[in-house]
Design a protein around this ligand. Structure first.
Ligand SMILES: C[S@@+](CC[C@H](N)C(=O)[O-])C[C@H]1O[C@@H](n2cnc3c(N)ncnc32)[C@H](O)[C@@H]1O
Length: 253
């Protein structure tokens, strides 16, 4: 993809999420993505207890990476594409006052929304940094855990994102990502639609490509599993190229 195409995608995605920041729809990616991944289903009532009213509605994700990973007191966690900040606030509770959570997002209105939400939550161990996930604003080896919820599919340069995740993690660092993937190639007509890209459909990687991309960046123990529990062996029965939500886990050696 040329630099100009990448910039066109970044601009379309930023415009979409600027509008979402102004008027949260609480749908996966702010669209009716055909993947049955409505954000309200992703969090158990207990996960959200103690959050100020309305905060539970700021999710535009397609899963719950926070509940899928073992976060320890004192860990530094980074959330790629942190949106309104819900996963950051849930992580902040897990890592406690000796830990730290860094949310990264390229949409200024989302950063402002997340910062306003942090004040409501009273979270002092969460920081939101503006930036792109293809060039993450953290030092080498700064973080113990990378999470992300329905964002990497939006990137026009996934290999760069995987390299950056690897660079940012400490040795032994862990990854839990919820994302939209496919099993098989997507229709070229859908893949070319900018609107579908911003709605988390057109940029979805085939799950094997996702796995191989993480391995190429240096990760090990990479697993890609459908969020709804569909056994991998049954995926072949689905229409090829149909997007669905998956949990992706990996480790830096
Ligand atoms: C579908 S929303 C998900 C937000 C959040 N993770 C959640 O679960 O609610 C995608 C978010 O990723 C951000 N984003 C998309 N592409 C990005 C990129 N290349 N770099 C940084 N942020 C990005 C958008 O601004 C938006 O806030």
């Amino acid at each position: 993809m040329s630099n100009q195409d990448s910039e066109t995608i970044h601009t379309a995605v930023r415009d979409h999420y600027r509008r979402e920041a102004e008027n949260f729809s609480s749908e996966c990616c702010g669209s009716k993505a055909p993947c049955d991944c409505s954000s309200s289903k992703n969090y158990a009532v207990g996960d959200l207890q103690g959050l100020p009213e309305g905060l539970a509605d700021v999710s535009l994700g397609c899963g719950n990476p926070v509940s899928a990973i073992d976060m320890r007191a004192g860990d530094t966690v980074m959330d790629l594409g942190s949106g309104g900040g819900l996963d950051c606030f849930l992580s902040a509770k897990k890592v406690g006052p000796t830990g730290m959570v860094i949310g990264v997002d390229m949409t200024p209105e989302m950063i402002a929304k997340a910062q306003a939400n942090a004040l409501k939550v009273g979270a002092s161990n969460v920081e939101f940094r503006p930036g792109q996930i293809e060039s993450i604003p953290v030092a080498d080896g700064e973080v113990d855990v990378v999470i992300s919820n329905c964002v990497i599919n939006l990137s026009p340069d996934k290999p760069a994102v995987f390299r950056e995740m690897f660079r940012a993690l400490k040795k032994g660092g862990r990854v839990a990502v919820s994302d939209i993937v496919t099993s098989g190639p997507m229709s070229p007509i859908v893949a070319k639609s900018l609107e579908s890209w911003a709605g988390c459909v057109a940029g979805a990687l085939d799950m094997e490509e996702y796995r191989n991309g993480l391995i190429a960046a240096g990760f090990q123990d990479v697993a890609v599993t459908p969020t709804d529990g569909t056994p991998l062996a049954s995926l072949a029965k689905r229409l090829p190229g149909l997007p669905f939500s998956a949990l992706i886990t990996a480790k830096k050696p």
